[in-house]
Structures are given as structure tokens and as C-alpha cells.
Design a binder for this molecule. Structure first.
Ligand code: ZN
Length: 309
């Protein structure tokens, strides 16, 4: 991969598409992934290894992993809910596997029907499987601590529990943990406090990425706070797709296009070409007409005279 200041991990094909009612045809997904990579996106979460009966929108994930692997320099990430999903991800050849561990146990039971203890057992089993792979093909294994900033079921989430679960996930054998603001509750002060606490418990190299939502309009403020602290990977989705049904008119994930403009305007290299990114947005819009796309910069255009890659 090309050296960049901030790695933007595009999660639209997974996080975005799974929340849309329509199913994007596989051929169109490939065209979209190709356009995203051509724009300079270096990591794409292409899908999730869950049964097609649960998420028919992502039933073609294995095929997309195989396709993504043919694009030079592109890191292919997938989400898995359990060991079985990890087996599928490894068989398909994913470069990076993420499993969500909800800090809110109420959310964990609703989302994956498992307690914290059961999830930590699953994480240990996946870690064992990952470590048994030959080093040349061994995927990177991340645990995403979801609802880390608050939960729509249980309300506030204890910060100490986030730290304890980060430690437990690493002890179970994952490579890294990430912090996810699943419900769009975070604010920059809370985010700085939590990152500081997790870093002091597990070390700075074990938490490098955040997954933020823009449900209440705080997404870019939180992303900036994380980046100023030294976080180097930020998840985002094209057009902010993945909208939260609980917040009409608000995007779910932070918008890739606006994040790229923010970072490049501040002189941080993302490796992404804005015009080509807008071309990828057009590929998506053509394939999924009627899907609401968010983002201010694609509508306003870049400021006059602004040079970006
Ligand atoms: Zn998300």
C-alpha cells in the first residue's frame, strides 16, 4: 500500500449496503469497488460473512473478496459475526477480518445473541484459526468495540468496561482493537478521554482506528479529535450510506467525500483523488437510483483554486 498520513477505510459496500432495502447487483458492486480503488481508496470493507438469509444484500461477499484481491495495492476487509464467518473469510482470502464486540451487553445479545463471555470465547477461537494460517496469507484480525460511546438500548456505557473489553480482546489473541460509535453518541472530549484510557491500558499500537457515525452531526468533529490525537485509520462510507433509521435526514457513517476534503485541506495526505471519488459516487448512484446520498463537498464542489492530488 502507498504511504499516506491517514488511511480512509471505505465501509460503504458493507456497512452502507446492509442497511439499504435494495440489493446492489454483484457486477455493479465490482464496478463500484474498482472505481473506489481507482480514486485511491486503499482499504475497502467489501461485505460480511453472515448467512444470506440474514443479510441477502451481502450474499456475494466471497465473490467480492476474490474480485478485490485482483486489484493491486487494495486491502480487502470483511466483517464476521463468529468463527464460522471467519472460516468463510479466510477461505475467500480476506486481508483483514473484523468482529464486532458490543460493549453494551444488551446490544450484544440483540445483535449477535451472545454475552461478552461467549463473544470472547469466539474471538479466542478465531485468533487461534488466524494464527494457524501460513504467515504469507494470514489475515489481520481486529475487534471493533461497538457501542463504545453509548447505546440506544442501555444508554450510557461505562468507560472502564470499554478498557476492560479492549484488554480482554487482545488477551484472547486479536491483533488490534478499534472504537466504534455505533449510535452516533460520541463527542470529541469523550473520545479523547476514551482513547487515552485504552492507550494507557493496551499501548498506542493496539488502537489505531475509529468507526464514527454522523447521526447527530458530530462525525467530522470526532474524526478530527481522533486524528489530532494520533489515530491513523478512519472508517467512512461513500455518500454516508448506512443511514440510521432512528435519525431521518442524518447520515449514518461519516461521509468519505467530506472527510477527504477535510484532511486534504489540512495538508494530510489520503492518497485519494477527489474528482475520481466523485466518479465512484456516480457509479453508485447509477446502480442504486433513489438511494439518498449525503455529503456537502460533492454538492458544493471544491473551493475555487483548491488543489487536491
Ligand atoms: Zn457504521
Amino acid at each position: 500500500m502507498k504511504k499516506v498520513d491517514i488511511l480512509i477505510s471505505e465501509v460503504g459496500p458493507r456497512d452502507g449496503l446492509q442497511s439499504l432495502a435494495g440489493i446492489m447487483p454483484t457486477a455493479a458492486k465490482k464496478q463500484w469497488i474498482n472505481a473506489l480503488a481507482a480514486a485511491g481508496i486503499q482499504e475497502i470493507e467489501v461485505g460480511s460473512f453472515v448467512p444470506a438469509s440474514v443479510l441477502p444484500q451481502l450474499a456475494d461477499t466471497a465473490e467480492l473478496v476474490a474480485y478485490g484481491r485482483t486489484i493491486a495495492g487494495l486491502q480487502i476487509a470483511v466483517l464476521v459475526p463468529n468463527l464460522r464467518g471467519a472460516q468463510g473469510a479466510i477461505a475467500a482470502g480476506a486481508h483483514k477480518i473484523s468482529i464486532p464486540l458490543s460493549v453494551s451487553e444488551a446490544h450484544s445479545l440483540r445483535n449477535v445473541k451472545r454475552t461478552h463471555a461467549q463473544m470472547l470465547d469466539e474471538i479466542a477461537a478465531i485468533a487461534e484459526l488466524v494464527q494457524a494460517q501460513p504467515s504469507a496469507t494470514r489475515p489481520y484480525f481486529e475487534v471493533g468495540l461497538s457501542t463504545a460511546f453509548g447505546c440506544s438500548l442501555q444508554g450510557p456505557v461505562p468507560e472502564l468496561l470499554v478498557v476492560q473489553l479492549a484488554e480482554a480482546a487482545l488477551k484472547a489473541g486479536c491483533d488490534e482493537v478499534g472504537l466504534s460509535d455505533t449510535t452516533g453518541s460520541a463527542n470529541p472530549v469523550q473520545l479523547r478521554r476514551l482513547i487515552t484510557q485504552v492507550w494507557s491500558a493496551v499501548g498506542k499500537d493496539k488502537l489505531c482506528g475509529v468507526h464514527l457515525h454522523n447521526t447527530r452531526g458530530q462525525g467530522l468533529a470526532n474524526a478530527l479529535a481522533a486524528i489530532e490525537m494520533g489515530i491513523t485509520t478512519v472508517d467512512a462510507s461513500m455518500g454516508g450510506i448506512g443511514g440510521c433509521p432512528a435519525a431521518p435526514g442524518a447520515s449514518g457513517n461519516i461521509v468519505t467525500e467530506d472527510l477527504v476534503f477535510l484532511l486534504e485541506a489540512m495538508g494530510l495526505e489520503t492518497g485519494i483523488n477527489f474528482e475520481a471519488l466523485c466518479a465512484a459516487r456516480a457509479v453508485f448512484a447509477d446502480a442504486m437510483p433513489g438511494t439518498e446520498l449525503y455529503g456537502f463537498t460533492p454538492l458544493a464542489g471544491l473551493p475555487k483554486g483548491f488543489e487536491i492530488n
